[in-house]
Design a protein around this ligand. Structure first.
Ligand code: PMP
Length: 396
């Protein structure tokens, strides 16, 4: 007998979906297609050797790391994260840091702890689609607050905070934003924190890119200005996304509850791996690695921007990010960038359409280009293909 799952599934399961709705596999592409869709470090920036050695050492010296253990995470790793945050201007007690399966699990734990059906959730527009993927099944009302060159637009945020019912949280990626590349200025950070504090609305700050600046470090994390901020970080972009290790800095009185939520979800993160990561990020190798990664990303970003300026000319506008993984470009004379995707794919280049980054999937003339994993040749070739399709379709 077959079960009729439609009568069994939870209501929230109807909102489960892949984080990107575009089905890239259904687009016919030539074999040498260039994907601007990625958001990961390239192979040459992965920590294979130091991490392999550190894992082997942890395996030899701390075999009890294979047992069940601390749900909140390995204390020396939490201390090392606190030390790094202190360098960036945020003083946090290691006891308020929870190690998670990447920043994604941190978003999920926060949502589990705070959200109820009908709640209002404020996000930036555009925002990280993986956060939308977490929030949507909670049957909440997600509102996108526009961004400008300095971060979230204050008047709009203030108006949304003032409306009732009071929003449950404001989720922001203030530094080298995914997807828009925008970094919230220092003044804007202070003002955003002040507003959220005034209305008693928690800020969830998602900051996986803060260490990956090109020329100068970004302003301090929002957590530096208010200890009620929930601040998330990750080793996915600085080391490797396959490790699945990130963290959540919690307001002190929420820590116990979030540890319980983590225990219910997966008991603990990989303990041996946490020991190895601690060794790697406290060794001199890590700073050298970050310096090299920053240089590589800055060069790729610059190269792509120059190529786009040549190839796209008047067809598009963008601002150069000062760190991170993405270039966000806005097309002129196009209402919905997704409509160009089949033409681009046929010409051998793909991107993530802007509509993916809004809770209502509104038509967007923008698109996200991820450049970190592409070689110099592919960046140039990709820009050329993009330019060719845009000139043909926009002129038509
Ligand atoms: N937040 C943002 C803003 C991201 O860009 C990403 C990765 N794409 C994540 C969270 C998820 O990171 P992790 O791999 O640490 O779960």
């Amino acid at each position: 007998m077959r079960i009729d799952w439609s009568t069994i599934l939870a209501g929230r399961a109807r909102a489960f979906r892949p984080c990107i709705r575009t089905d890239f596999s259904s687009l016919p592409t030539p074999p040498d297609v260039i994907h601007f869709t990625g958001g990961a470090p390239p192979l040459e920036c992965l920590p294979a050797e130091p991490l392999g050695e550190a894992l082997a050492r942890a395996w030899r010296t701390e075999p009890t790391g294979l047992w069940y253990g601390e749900t909140e995470g390995h204390r020396p790793l939490r201390e090392a994260i606190a030390a790094r945050l202190a360098q960036r201007g945020a003083t946090v007690d290691p006891d308020t840091i929870l190690i998670t399966q990447g920043a994604q699990q941190a978003i999920d734990l926060v949502a589990r702890a705070l959200l109820e059906p009908g709640d209002r959730v404020l996000v930036e527009g555009p925002t990280y689609f993986g956060a939308l993927q977490v929030f949507e099944p909670y049957d909440v009302r997600i509102e996108a607050i526009p961004l400008d060159e300095e971060g979230v637009v204050l008047d709009e945020l203030a108006a949304a905070l003032a409306r009732s019912p009071r929003p449950k949280l404001f989720y922001t990626v203030p530094t080298f934003q995914n997807p828009a590349g925008v970094t919230m200025t220092l003044e804007r950070r202070r003002a955003v924190v002040e507003l959220a504090a005034q209305y008693g609305v928690p800020i969830v700050e998602d900051d996986p890119y803060g260490d990956l600046w090109y020329e100068t470090p970004p302003p301090p994390p929002l957590r530096a200005f208010w200890d009620e901020v929930l601040s998330l970080g990750s080793f996915s972009k600085t080391l490797a996304p396959g490790l699945r290790v990130g963290w959540l800095v919690a307001p002190p009185h929420l820590m116990k509850l979030l540890i319980d939520a983590k225990e219910a979800a997966d008991i603990q993160s990989d303990r041996l791996l946490q020991r190895a990561i601690t060794a790697v990020i406290t060794s001199p190798w890590y700073e050298e690695h970050l310096a090299r990664a920053r240089r590589i990303y800055a060069e790729r970003c610059q190269l792509l921007a120059e190529a786009l300026a040549r190839e796209l000319g008047e067809c598009a506008a963008w601002s150069l990010p000062r760190g991170g993984f993405f270039l966000w470009i806005t097309l002129r004379g196009v209402e919905e960038s997704a409509s160009l995707l089949p033409h681009c794919a046929a010409a051998g280049v793909t991107f993530v359409p802007g509509s993916e980054f809004y809770p209502d999937h509104r038509p967007s003339p923008s698109l996200r280009l991820g450049f970190t994993t592409l070689s110099r040749e592919d960046l140039l070739k990709g820009a050329e293909r993009l330019g060719r399709v845009l000139r043909e379709t926009i002129v038509e």
